[in-house]
Write a protein that binds this ligand. Sequence first.
Ligand code: ADP
Ligand code: ASP
Ligand code: MG
Length: 446
Amino acid sequence: MPIVVMKFGGTSVGNANRIRTVADIVKTRIDPKKEASKSGLPVVVVSAVTGMTDLLIKAGQEALKKNLIMDQITDIHLKILEDLNLTEKVIEKDLENLGKHLKKIADKGDLDRQELDELMSFGERMSSKIVAAHLNSVGIDAKAESSYDVGFVTNSNYGEAEILDQTYDNLAHSLKKRKEVVVITGFIAKDLHGKITSLGRGGSDYTAAILGAALNVDEIEIWTDVDGIMTCDPRLVPNAKSIGVISFAEATELAYFGAKVLHPKTILPAMRKRIPVRVLNTHNPTHPGTLIISDEEKIEGIIKAIAFKRNVTLINITSTRMLYTHGFLSKVFEVFDRYKVSVDLVATSEVTVSITPNTAHHIAEIKKDLSRVAHVDVEEGRAMISVVGKGLQDTPGISSRIYKALGNAHVNVEVISQSYGINQSVIVDGKDLERGVKAIHAEFFE
Ligand code: ADP
Ligand code: ASP
Ligand code: MG
């Protein structure tokens, strides 16, 4: 039986019944023959209970207004424990510490990025303990561990911390001889000063991938609430279909350009070690889901999926001086670099550069700085639609199909971007997003 890391997302641990299903699934990954040595035991990563990270952030904001509210957070967890016939003791200490942390925020009247990471960490710290307690109660030897206690170390870029290289050796060392199923907190870690950090929203997928690479497992399983990676977000396109096999490159592109099903950083650790990643559905465990692999030769299909981003800001930088000058683009990117803002899309003509930053932060400062070298026009309320697939590189006629579908749906394309790659992105007015996505989906998949 293959050795796996299994990550269960928020909805997969969202209530008692879901957690029972998690236990059933974990059981299927324990090889009875390997029980004696236990070396083949799966490692489990969990997210916070669904919606919990948002609730914790809200509690922090309330604490800033001197309102110490954690009833909903407490009730959700206690209800799950009660339904699973587990005692409140499992998370008693965490609830107490959460209360203290909120009080500290209220007293200080300030919530910095590190304190926010610490606040959010309570979600995963509690869910991991509940899942481990339930596994034990159904006869699976299990232990909850905080990721930082098994070796996850990051830099101090709170809110979006980056894993330090020593993490891989730390994990291999601490988990190699595991004697039970270890249930590890996704999303969080600690920096070298011992302060709690987070890997960015949705970061539990990344935790699982790092563990998979460190332990050199046979497969990394991402258990979520849909049948794998689909041709589009089924919340927007109910006709979306599950994709059987996709390449690491295509999956990364989809994740980066908005498909929330995977955190964009998930793929890299897996790809380096060529460990397959499988995206599976906790609510439909027998469905084969999506297999993500490096061997592109084995993958069929021209266009794999459509991703999208809402609330995109488009910055158009126009300079007649750009004509025949060198160094203009480097001046433009210097400004983005100054504010540590990365960009999603760039398109240039002779006099205009169009850029979409991947965050709404620092736009005013960026506009001001760019205005020193060019005319700058900022357009809010745009949306980005990205069509992803290897076929974009080598199949004629794909682009014309995309634009014909958009044209027939009366969607005006404002900016187009495609490098020699596997992704073609367009910027449209936000109100046209749904119509545009559905039109392209119908053209390629229906
Ligand atoms: P989890 O809590 O398990 O990490 P997420 O909510 O982060 O789950 O990700 C799963 C969700 O991603 C799905 O419910 C779906 O709405 C959304 N999603 C967006 N794009 C895609 C896609 N291409 N394929 C599948 N799901 C997608
Ligand atoms: N709980 C975190 C979040 O909501 C991490 C995750 O779910 O992967 O962003
Ligand atoms: Mg997620």
